[in-house]
Ligand binder design. Structure first.
Ligand code: GAL
Length: 631
């Protein structure tokens, strides 16, 4: 900025932008200031403003206003233009953004609006096209979206569930653009829990940003109605207690459980919650990775409970949507509804008071477990308005948007650095549960299994609510489960608390060959450690070896290549460290081979890529290791 200083007398002024540009181009010492469309034969320079990284005037940086020398040109029209074409022209001139979702219920629309408002504050010039297709859980929206994607007419961005839905339905067929750069530039790698980042990532690339995380297994109740009947709900409820209350209400002429299953998923949700209540989080992992079968006695027990629940349902359930069932709860027509905490969004929208008008507890048997139903947004490959879409994703990942959206939607923010005082009692409870519970992915909401299985579950639930035949229900699901080919990489994490797959970035100082070796592979959180100078596995390694063998023998992982990478600490010369690190990997390989498992690659990288500082004994111990990777 010149401020009050005069322009140097040696500077030239031009009235014609093209001439200025050409004069700079023909003078080796020339430098000029010009509109972006007149760059012509000159070279643009990156400039910076106090403390901000220098940036080039890319269309994107100029459009967002981040480029320090950008300025806007405004079109002004009368508030009530006489000529309709004037308004149409301005609408046409605005940059656009098409956002596709199924958020149409009271709480959902309020949450979506909060996201729009935050975006409009941050990027005022963009006109939002709100493309919604009503129907809880996306039951009607997803087929519409699939058709649009198949005929190459994508919205710029769409709502999706992480896990199988995102990765299987959209990333796999190539409908999404990776947004890994945003995780770096926006600092999301630190702001979001790693477990959540893993859920939207494949082969080291991230494909969605999460707006919030819903809690699927919540049992909501009308507090005043229960009080009237002398019923108190504590911090936990068992199936026996729950059924005893249902009986009591039934004899008073009240339908205990409200369901709105005009979209069958709502009934499937009641079953899913009941299933978790019986088999627990480990059972859940086993069921979805094929270790437990769908005709296991425990699964059948859950089916029986679910059948019993049908005796207490609201009679009009098949005619209602999920939010109409929540409304029946608010109106005192039913006492309970077992529903994800988007129901809380409805209570908030209706101005109900928590612990006065309504209350909640984990669905029977599910204390300590949390069904994740997270909502993310993607970037379409070939997005018609790519810049607006990138800005939308940036906005959703911002603290501001997460603090505006989640208090209205019932979900908790995916970011961990939000101001908790902006959240009510329910949200704070859910945040605590999320932090301490075992997390499992929802099948009904597309996280835990591929779409074909999700649909098969809905169909099986549909038949079951009419015939209540446990054998048929179980057999149908056993058959369907056989058709599922599990894909582990990056997704093993959410179906297992114990073994995590991570796809780390390849650091710039990685030794030669490492990038190729690790390409497309993911690291297990099983690491073997060694004493100084030793290449022998010690007793401590036994338990890890057992876990690893068990994992690799699981049919889900057959066909995956196993890679073993050895490392040393920084004591000793390079040559020796390189040999020792390879021998360590060979020691692990030897143990595995004795158990019938043959790794595809066994190698050592010496003292490269330390995972801890080498200046303490503890750090060096960490670095003397063998990492296990799967591809
Ligand atoms: C879920 C979605 C929630 C909520 C719910 C009911 O699948 O993740 O945000 O909208 O469906 O529609």
């Amino acid at each position: 900025m010149l401020s009050t200083r005069p322009l140097s007398p040696r500077a030239s002024r031009f009235e014609d932008s093209a001439k200025l540009s050409d004069a700079v181009a023909s003078d080796v010492n020339g430098i000029g200031f010009i509109g972006r469309s007149f760059v012509r034969g000159t070279k643009t320079l990156a400039i910076s403003e106090s403390g901000i990284k220098p940036m080039l005037p890319t269309t994107f940086a100029v459009a967002t206003g981040d480029y320090p020398l950008s300025r806007r040109l405004y079109l002004y029209i009368p508030a009530e233009p006489q000529n309709n074409w004037t308004r149409k022209f301005v609408e046409f001139a605005l940059p656009k953004l098409e956002v596709f979702s199924w958020w149409t219920s009271g709480g959902e629309a309020a949450g979506l609006n909060a996201l729009f408002n935050t975006y409009k504050n941050q990027y005022p010039s963009v006109g939002i096209i709100n493309a919604t297709v009503a129907g809880g859980s996306g039951s009607a929206a997803r087929p519409v979206l699939q058709t649009r994607l198949a005929v190459n007419n994508p919205p710029d961005t769409w709502q999706t569930h992480p896990g199988w839905e995102l990765l299987g339905q959209y990333v796999g067929p190539g409908y999404c653009e990776p947004i890994t750069d945003l995780y770096q530039s926006e600092g999301w790698e630190k702001a979001f829990p790693k477990a959540l980042v893993n859920l939207v990532s494949q082969d080291g690339q991230a494909y969605a940003v999460l707006a919030g995380v819903h809690h699927g297994n919540v049992l909501w109740y009308n507090k005043k109605l229960l009080d009237k009947h002398g019923i108190k709900i504590g911090n936990n409820i068992t199936f026996d207690e729950f059924f005893a209350i249902c009986d009591k209400l039934k004899s008073a002429g009240i339908s205990a459980i409200g369901v709105g299953d005009s979209g069958i998923w709502a009934s499937a949700q009641l079953f899913e919650n009941t299933l978790l209540g019986v088999i627990g989080p480990q059972g859940w992992v086993d069921l979805f990775n094929g270790k437990m079968k769908w005709d296991d006695p425990k699964v059948k027990k859950a089916m029986e409970y679910f059948a019993k629940m049908q005796d207490y349902l609201n009679r009009d359930h098949a005619a209602l949507s999920w939010d109409q069932a929540v409304k029946e709860l608010m109106d005192g027509k039913v006492a309970f509804t077992s529903m994800g905490d988007w129901a809380d969004g409805e209570f908030i929208k209706a101005n109900l008071k928590e612990n006065e008008d309504f209350g909640w507890v984990n669905h029977p048997g599910t204390n300590g477990s949390f069904i994740i139903v997270a909502d993310g947004f993607t970037l379409a490959k070939g997005a018609p308005h790519k810049e607006s879409a990138i800005a939308w994703l940036k906005s959703i990942g911002s603290k501001e948007a997460q603090e505006a959206f989640n208090p209205l939607k019932g979900s908790i923010p995916a970011r961990t650095d939000v101001d908790k005082s902006k959240f009510d009692g329910y949200h704070r409870w859910s945040m605590e549960e999320f932090a301490k519970d075992k997390l499992v992915a929802s099948c009904v909401h597309g996280g835990a299994a591929p779409e074909t299985f999700q649909k098969a579950l809905n169909d099986a639930v549909s038949s079951f609510v009419s015939d209540k035949n446990v054998e048929n229900f179980a057999t149908a699901l056993v058959q369907e489960a056989k058709k599922v080919t599990p894909n582990t990489s990056g997704r093993l994490q959410f179906s297992s608390q114990t073994i995590e797959l991570v796809s780390p970035d390849i650091p710039p100082d990685a030794p030669p060959g490492y990038a190729d070796d690790a390409h497309g592979a993911a690291k297990l959180n099983i690491i073997f450690h060694f004493r100084s100078g030793s290449t022998q596995l010690d007793n401590k390694a036994l338990a890890d070896m057992r876990r690893l063998v068990e994992l690799l023998q699981n049919s889900n992982y057959h066909g995956q290549s196993l890679l073993l990478f050895g490392f040393s600490d920084n004591y000793g010369g390079n040559r020796l460290n390189s040999i020792i690190s390879r021998e360590r990997a060979q020691a692990v390989a030897g143990q595995l081979q004795r158990r019938g498992i043959v790794p595809s690659l066994v190698t050592g990288y010496g003292k490269a890529l330390p995972i801890a500082p080498n200046d303490t004994g503890e750090g060096r111990e960490q670095n003397r290791r063998v990492e296990v990777w799967l591809r």
